[in-house]
Design a binder for this molecule. Sequence first.
Ligand code: AQP
Length: 343
Amino acid sequence: MKNEITNNQKRIFSGIQPTGNLHLGNYLGAIKNWVNLQRDIPSIFSIVDLHAITVPQDPMKLRDSIHEVTAAIIASGVDVKKSILFNQSSVKEHTELAWIFNCVCRIGWLNRMTQFKEKAGKNREKATVGLYSYPVLMAADILLYKATHVPVGEDQKQHIELARDIASAFNSMFTKENEEDFFSLPEPQILGTATRVMSLRDGTKKMSKSDASDASRINLTDTKEQISNKIKKAKTDPNPLPETMDELKSRPEALNLLNIYAALSSQTISITLEQFSGKGFSHFKPLLIELAVETLSPISSEMRVLLKDTKEIDKILKIGEEKAKNIAEPVLKKVKNLVGFIN
Ligand code: AQP
């Protein structure tokens, strides 16, 4: 049975790329919030493999990453009985809607996207067209399910704003007179204290799967020893932790580590600062290690169990795919009808 949905139903959509090992930034900036939000709002989560191929991928590694990322999401607490979890490329409606949105979105809007500028770097002429139009596909991912809320890290805020612009433009181009807007505008949900977890080697750079240095990030699959070594070696400065937020803000590495501690212990940054102000890193780091290991060890052990049976992971994704299609198909059919296609 197809699920016809209306614009006033709350619904969450969010995705994660299978581009390598998930890290603490992905966990604190996205997945931890997914786990909390799914309790009250119907949620759809996707392993966005179509986004992953906007930069070159080794096909064998991509397949493994899809399994690993699915396992990480389930091990972190996403409930696949309650929420929909599926692999993006298995629902072809994403690419169809993305094409229609390519014909709504303006080049000027894409030219403003900072993530493309960062990822393409100086080699812009050689970047793929897919990397450039990545935010259009992301708008299609969200709007295909008429999602109202999109929990993401700070880095994705601009892309959600673009999705809102595309939805508005589509509405004014195609909504029929006297009918309510076809798409409601999705809201970004940037939650928690670690909305932008920074590299452990450089507090001004985002923690990222594609950073060449493994020491820059804590992977969800890291052992206790690896977590401990990475935090011990994390870049800091020689001064004790400061007293005020203003002082902390001028010390990016210290701010990052305190933010991570605050997010892992679900407390505010100001309470965390109060707790550690005046203390040295030799006091703070062992407590951060303890907390990180306590949070991440159960996730990595559960991931290892899940990854022993990739057929079961495939089955879970298949069930998610069917549920996702039930929502996506009628939305795309209506979009095609509004655009003037015969279907
Ligand atoms: N450092 C971060 N801090 C907080 N949130 C983060 N996210 C990513 N990095 C951080 C959030 O995780 C979700 C999934 O991200 P993604 O995998 O789709 O892509 P990304 O943002 O490009 O992440 P990476 O790790 O930097 O991947 P690569 O290196 O492959 O580009 C998103 O909600 C994102 O905000």
